[in-house]
Ligand binder design. Structure first.
Ligand SMILES: CC(C)(COP(=O)(O)OP(=O)(O)OC[C@H]1O[C@@H](n2cnc3c(N)ncnc32)[C@H](O)[C@@H]1OP(=O)(O)O)[C@@H](O)C(=O)NCCC(=O)NCCS
Length: 171
């Protein structure tokens, strides 16, 4: 468990289904579109089970909870899912709820996830994002800058209509 400003970052638990659903409802339509590539407003029971009942080996997931004294509020989540063909690669997904963006929480969660991933022999994260998603691009670039990831170990490729694919080595 990590304390960062007024946030607690910890491994996701089965009991986080309610907060995860609540967090989705708190997201702006733009953030929803950037994360899910659609304007979805609810998770199904099956998805909630998949997102919260994880093994923390092949599917790593953390949540951030904000607590300013007026009660805990979901603030974000991050996960990586190991690629079935390339076991040292895992797909990254991260969401910080709009009101908590821009405070360094995304970076702290990425650091937390990256350290856990490395402990489970994951050497690279990858994923797709909208080419206008400056936030995720800046977040990944910051990780490379802070952890001295050489430029050749952060690959960006244009894929499909308006999407970028990245592959990034971990420190
Ligand atoms: C992308 C996202 C996770 C970033 O989280 P965050 O908590 O706002 O990021 P941080 O505050 O840790 O910022 C990390 C760095 O990126 C920069 N950054 C983040 N968002 C930015 C934006 N929209 N424009 C410019 N820079 C941005 C920050 O300035 C910081 O760099 P710095 O320390 O050098 O100034 C968050 O905006 C988000 O959840 N977006 C919606 C969902 C999404 O797009 N997910 C990614 C696809 S899976």
């Amino acid at each position: 468990m990590i304390q960062f400003k007024q946030f607690t970052i910890r491994e996701i638990q089965p009991g986080d289904k309610g907060p995860l659903q609540e967090g989705l409802g708190m997201l702006s339509s733009e953030s929803r579109r950037q994360r899910f590539f659609s304007s979805r407003k609810n998770f199904t029971e099956k998805e909630l089970k998949f997102f919260t009942e994880v093994d923390q080996v092949n599917h790593l997931a953390f949540v951030a909870i904000h607590n300013d004294g007026s009660g805990p509020m979901p603030a974000g989540s991050i996960r990586s899912i190991r690629d079935s063909h390339r076991s040292e690669f895992a797909e990254l997904a991260v969401t910080i709820i709009d009101q908590y963006q821009g405070q360094g929480l995304g970076f702290k969660m990425l650091e937390t996830l990256a350290a856990a991933a490395q402990a489970h022999q994951i050497t690279h994260l990858y994923g797709d994002f909208h080419s206008n998603n400056i936030g995720i691009l800046k977040l990944l670039e910051k990780y490379c800058r802070v952890y001295n990831i050489p430029p050749e170990s952060f690959k960006l490729t244009r894929v499909g209509d308006g999407f970028l694919y990245f592959e990034m080595a971990l420190a």
